[in-house]
Design a protein around this ligand. Structure first.
Ligand code: ADP
Length: 477
């Protein structure tokens, strides 16, 4: 009983037919215009409508009741969902099986003495890969044809009636009579009224679409307003945070300086007994750690809130490295790993702020020393950067190394591998976050590489190179 596509049957019977694509909205407008045309004429046409499902038919049932007042040759087909069944009421209903190819198709035939028209279409299933469209239902697509060509209309009517008789053989005689009485070829009626109706339906469709778009625009505007409000709240929060950091920073710094001065004077007191001396030294070390934390805290807050005035100038990388090494040596004394610089003296100058470059180098070297045993090695190298006019600097150590999944998180504020409470080395957890801010301010990038735990780490960063050539080394400039 289950039959194949009616559209295929038609194309097989009339190969000259050209198919076209239609949106559901166009087919709805066309169908309504054709049905209205029937209602407006005195003609008693043969009308066959095939709906994909009962629910689509339900929306139009009232029209078919009216059409059936005009003609006794009205056939409605649909895949049943609730009540739809084979019946001979005011018009004939044919409930085809849901797995019938008709369930994918949309047909309408109007064959009168003077008018003729048909729609024969098959739904084109949407691409599963594509995201669903906003006006999904209206943009469903159908392939097929819509025509006034009487010969084609007649063929479609014939094919559909065959399907009907397959399901309801008792209708064979009625169907034959309906078709044969409309075989005659009379001149077509004036197409203008049909065109007017069609335009009306298309206009209605467009109004609906416009309304939907207007609603969408309102929703968009509301979403934007909410977003803006959120943004303002975030900005206010950020300002509060910056103020809080600045105020607490300054408030802490002053008393801390006093504490440090007092402790230092105690430490140099020759009368102090060795036990107390140890206590004072511990207190001094902790005070120093606190001072560094406050300093880094303030530095990062200045960098993040954009309160640093940048003024890059051509600088020598080698000189900056010398300064950084100097401060490191005074701090660590002899317990340093071996540090070797492979920087060439004739490197082009880098366009940076000198004191910030020293700060970055000091922080990276400080980390390298902290996480490498005195038996290890630290090497400083440079090479041209990936982008033109940039230099890549690499500070490599043979120390503790970094696990692959931590290479990025180490740049987050307060990130410390051991956690703040189990820390064996001093540190604030802000150093790398500061370095990233500084490097980014000059348009560069900073990243870490490591082969893993205990396999050493490499910190790479890029710096802009001065466009002008460096004065030849040895000149007095
Ligand atoms: P800290 O003050 O703790 O050094 P940083 O921001 O400078 O803060 O570094 C964050 C974390 O990154 C460190 O606590 C450490 O876990 C890891 N790290 C930084 N440099 C190295 C390095 N050279 N070798 C191994 N781990 C490192």
């Amino acid at each position: 009983m289950v039959s194949q596509s009616l559209l295929d049957d038609l194309v097989a019977a009339m190969p000259q037919i050209r198919l076209q694509m239609y949106f559901k909205s166009s087919l709805t407008a066309l169908s309504h215009a054709m049905e209205d045309q029937v209602l407006a004429n005195q003609d008693a046409p043969l009308v066959i409508a095939s709906f994909q499902r009962e629910r689509f038919y339900r929306q139009e049932a009232h029209r078919y009741l009216r059409i059936s007042e005009q003609s006794d040759q009205v056939y409605v087909l649909a895949a049943p969902e609730a009540e739809f069944c084979h019946a001979s009421g005011q018009y004939e209903t044919i409930a085809f099986l849901p797995q019938d190819a008709l369930a994918q198709e949309w047909h309408l035939v109007v064959l009168g003495q003077t008018s003729a028209g048909c729609i024969v279409c098959r739904e084109v299933k949407p691409d599963e890969q594509k995201p669903p469209e906003l006006h999904e239902d209206q943009s469903r697509r159908f392939e097929g044809l819509w025509t006034f060509n009487r010969q084609i209309v007649f063929k479609v009517a014939e094919l559909l009636l065959q399907r009907i008789v397959q399901y309801r053989p008792e209708l064979a005689a009625k169907a034959r009579a309906g078709l044969s009485s409309r075989q005659s070829q009379t001149p077509p009626t004036d197409p203008d009224p049909f065109a007017e109706r069609l335009v009306t339906y298309l206009q209605v469709g467009q109004y609906k679409l416009d309304k939907a778009y207007r609603q969408m625009a309102t929703i968009q505007a509301e979403a934007y307003a909410n977003l803006k409000e959120h943004h303002q709240q975030l900005e206010a929060l950020d300002r509060t945070r910056s103020n809080l950091i600045a105020i607490t920073g300054h408030e802490l710094r002053t008393p801390l300086s006093t504490i440090q001065v007092c402790l230092e004077s105690l430490a140099t007191d020759p009368a102090i007994d060795p036990m107390r001396q140890v206590m004072v030294q511990t207190a001094l070390a902790d005070a120093e750690r606190m001072r560094k934390l406050i300093q880094d805290f303030l530095t990062l807050s200045r960098l993040e809130s954009g309160r640093v005035a940048w003024d890059p100038e051509p600088q020598s990388l080698v000189d900056a490295l010398d300064l950084a090494m100097g401060s490191l040596r005074t701090r660590y004394g002899v317990a340093l790993p071996k540090i070797r610089s492979n920087l060439k003296v004739d490197l082009p100058p880098v366009m940076v702020d000198a004191e910030w470059l020293v700060e970055v180098l000091t922080k990276l070297l400080d980390n390298a020393c902290k996480f490498t045993t005195p038996q290890g090695r630290i090497t400083i190298n440079s090479q041209p950067g990936d982008r033109p006019q940039t230099l890549e600097v690499i500070i490599a150590d043979t120390g503790r190394g970094i696990e692959a999944d931590r290479l990025e998180t180490v740049f987050e504020r307060f990130h410390q591998e051991e956690g703040a409470l189990r820390r064996s080395t001093g540190g604030t957890g802000l150093g790398l976050a500061i370095c990233r801010q500084v490097i980014a301010a000059w348009g560069g990038t900073i990243w870490a590489t490591s082969k893993g735990k205990n396999k050493g780490s490499q910190f790479h960063f890029t710096l802009p190179v001065d466009d002008r050539k460096l004065a030849p080394s040895g000149s007095n400039e």
